[in-house]
Design a binder for this molecule. Structure first.
Ligand SMILES: O=C(O)CCC(=O)C(=O)O
Ligand SMILES: [Fe+2]
Length: 363
């Protein structure tokens, strides 16, 4: 029985509309960064919110620098292994990975897989003003959710075109009953040309998971069809697919139940972004027991120092393989295959090297 079927009880899917549509009690104090009441209303009514002019350039610059450093490390690694003939040092943040990718296809996937969170990202994740916003959505107990990504969306790369999905489709079902807000933060102005995000407005109102399939095209991404969105999630495809260009300094706020995707990047620049998540530490992270979150705040209001050492000590890939496959499968450092427990949650309707790696290691 697949997990999707397990959720069917007496023939009906269990839905949790409340955490996604009902505004929680608001903090009694006014704090820096907090959203206006009208913005909170919009988030719970439409399922997403665009927040502009939130970060100053000097707050985001360390993230840009950290990304440049990761690209530098990758270039050196590829070069030292003889995979590329040129380091492309003269290219800047928005071009260099594209040049690496031209010589070594999948360089962007290697960087996407890297998954070591630099300090600059951690600082944004527990930025006090941002946590004041998160508090308005989930209350005063706040932990960072272990699922985060840096998107390496190089021009015309199909591997980074993320199809329609609900983030909960990647998580186990223990997490369906609570709100996990995401801040999607770009490192340049994003628009329709460079592959900004789209959301399916009101797609959260039933609090329902749609049946996804796996995997999209040549990727490891799960896929939610527009038919399912229309029929099962009651989304009006004609009216409610919204393109959300986010300028640098802003972010897109959405939840684990709202369908979203990213458009193709047909510009000349790499569309860098990170997606960071939070939830109440009292709830299940829905991450298959692979990793826990990191506590940022609790309702006593006492200052908490995040336990980064513990958070960073967990190599998710290794834990996942040990836990589910009883071994650490040594993969080559330049392998661009990505597998994970989410692949096993849905019907595999399109096989590719990622699904095959999953099926093979699960045997
Ligand atoms: O950045 C993208 O292209 C996709 C982002 C996404 O799906 C997410 O942040 O959950
Ligand atoms: Fe997503």
């Amino acid at each position: 029985m697949s997990s999707a079927d397990m959720k069917e009880q007496n023939g009906t899917t269990v839905c949790y509309p409340e955490p996604y549509t009902k505004i929680p009690p608001q903090p009694s104090e006014t704090k820096p960064g907090q959203l206006q009441q009208s913005q909170i209303d919009k988030f719970f009514k439409e399922g997403y919110l665009v927040v502009e002019d939130f970060f100053k350039p000097e707050e985001l610059q360390p993230c840009r620098d950290a990304i440049a450093e990761m690209v530098e490390l990758l270039a050196n690694k590829l070069y030292d292994a003889g995979k590329i003939k040129n380091l492309y040092k003269e290219y800047g943040l928005f071009q260099r990975l594209t040049k690496l990718e031209e010589e070594f296809k999948g360089a962007n996937i290697l960087l996407f897989k890297h998954q070591k969170m630099p300090k600059a990202f951690r600082d944004i994740w527990c930025n006090e003003r941002l946590l004041n916003v998160v508090e308005q959505l989930i209350g005063p107990d706040i932990a960072g959710h272990p699922v985060w990504n840096m998107r390496t969306k190089t021009p015309n790369s199909k591997a980074m075109d993320v199809p329609w999905h609900q983030d909960s489709g990647y998580f186990s079902e223990e997490s369906y009953d609570h709100l996990i807000p995401t801040a999607w933060i770009p490192f340049l102005d994003t628009n329709e040309q460079n592959g900004c995000m789209q959301v399916a407005r009101y797609g959260h109102k039933l609090g329902k998971m749609g049946k996804h399939t796996c995997c999209h095209s040549d990727t490891w991404f799960i896929d939610l069809s527009e038919d399912v969105m229309e029929q099962d999630l009651d989304i009006n495809i004609k009216n409610d697919l919204v393109t959300v260009p986010i300028p640098y300094g802003g972010f897109l706020l959405f939840s684990n139940i709202i369908p979203h995707r990213s458009l193709k990047n047909v510009s000349n620049d790499i569309r860098w972004s990170i997606d960071l998540r939070w939830q109440s530490p009292k709830e299940d992270y829905g991450f298959y027991g692979i990793a826990e979150g990191v506590l940022f705040r609790d309702s006593t209001g006492e200052k908490i120092t995040p336990d980064w050492e513990k958070f960073l000590s967990v190599d998710r890939k290794e834990v996942w393989q040990k836990k589910y496959f009883k071994q650490v499968v040594e993969t080559d450092h330049f392998d661009t295959t990505i597998t994970g427990p989410w692949i096993g949650r849905w019907d595999i309707t399109n096989e590719n090297k990622h699904t095959q790696a999953f099926t093979k290691s699960a045997q």
